[in-house]
Design a binder for this molecule. Sequence first.
Ligand SMILES: NC(=O)c1ccc[n+]([C@@H]2O[C@H](COP(=O)([O-])OP(=O)(O)OC[C@H]3O[C@@H](n4cnc5c(N)ncnc54)[C@H](OP(=O)(O)O)[C@@H]3O)[C@@H](O)[C@H]2O)c1
Length: 336
Amino acid sequence: MKAFVLEDFGLKNLKQRTVPTPEPGPGQILVKVSAVSLNFRDRAVAEGYYTPEKMPPNLIPVSDAAGTVSAVGPGVSRFSVGDRVMSHYASRWLDGPPRRDLGDFTLGGPLDGGLAEYLLLDQDGAVATPPSLSDEEASTLPIAALTAWFALFERGGLEPGQTVLVQGTGGVSVAAAQLASAFGARVIATSSDDGKLARMRELGAAEVINYRTTPDWAAAAVELTGGNGVDQVLDVVGGSSLNRSVSATRPNGHVAVIGFLESMTASLDLMPLLYGQTRVTGIATGHRRAFEELAAFVGVHGIKPVIDTVHAFDDAPLAFERLGQGAFGKIVVRVG
Ligand SMILES: NC(=O)c1ccc[n+]([C@@H]2O[C@H](COP(=O)([O-])OP(=O)(O)OC[C@H]3O[C@@H](n4cnc5c(N)ncnc54)[C@H](OP(=O)(O)O)[C@@H]3O)[C@@H](O)[C@H]2O)c1
C-alpha cells in the first residue's frame, strides 16, 4: 500500500513509500482510509518534540482517520466489512479514568496512524461514523471535536445557558463553539482576526473579542458576563496566558487545560486561583464512550465540521506546513 513514513524527525523526512498492507489479526479490523485530518500534534510528532522517545522508526503519522472497514480478523463482532468508521486516538481508553499507559497506545505515534491507504485498528479502537457526515468531515472528529466535547461535557459539566469562552479559531475551538452553541450554551469566541470572528458568529458565537486589539480579553469577557466571569474556558494557549483564563472564569468555574500554542509550561498566580476556587483540569482528548456520544450529538444536531482546506494525498507534506499558519477549522488530506 502507499503510505507516508517518517524516516527521521523533521518534515523533510516525511516520505511516500510502498509498504506491506497489514492483515487483521484476532479482534482487529482493516480500514481503507478515505480521509485524515491533521492536528497540531501531528506536526509536533513529525518535528520530533512530542514525546520523541516513544516514536518508533518509520512511523506512519497522523492520528485522525475515517474510512471503510475492508477486512476483519477472527472474533470481530463490533464491525463488519463495509461499515464506515473513525479511528479512536487513545485506542485503549474506552471509559472511566485514563490509565497511566494511555500515551503508549495512541494512533499517529507511537502506534501507526492513518496517512496510508490502509489502517489496522483494534475493533475497540474505532467508532461508527455518523451517517450525516462525509468521510472528510468525519476525519475531523477523533481529536479536535472529541477534545472539545470532553472538556465541555465530561469534565466541564456544561449546562444550557452557561457561558463558554473559546480561544482562537483552530480545530478544537471551532468545534467547541459549534457543540456548545448547539447545546444551548452562550459562546464567547476570541481571535486575532475580525474576519474570523465574523465567521465564529455565523457558527453560533454570541460574543466575540479580538485578542490582538483587546489584549486584556479576560477583563472583556468578565464584562460580557455582568462582572462575574464565564462558566468555562477551553484553554488551548497555555503558557502565561493560563492566568488570564483563570481570571476570565467565574468563582468555582472550570478551566480546561488543552493546548500549548504559547508554551508547554505555565507559571500560575495562585491567589486568583485560590480565591476564585477555580477548577483546573488537564484534558487529553477523551474516551470512546464520550466519542460515541459526540458522534450521536453531531448526527442529531446536523453539525457540519468546519474544514479549512482539503489536500491531495501526494501533497500531505504541504498540509503539514499549513498547520500553524492560521487555518480556520480543520486541515484534511484526501487519501482514498
Ligand atoms: N489536550 C488535548 O487533548 C489536545 C487535543 C487537541 C489539540 N490540543 C492542543 O490544543 C492546541 C490547539 O489545537 P488546534 O488543533 O485547535 O490548533 P490549531 O488548529 O492550529 O489552531 C491554532 C489557532 O489558535 C489561535 N492562537 C494561536 N496562538 C494563540 C495565542 N497565543 N493566543 C490565542 N489564540 C492563539 C489562532 O487563532 P486565530 O487565528 O483565530 O487568532 C490559531 O489559528 C494545540 O496546542 C494542540 O496541540 C490538545
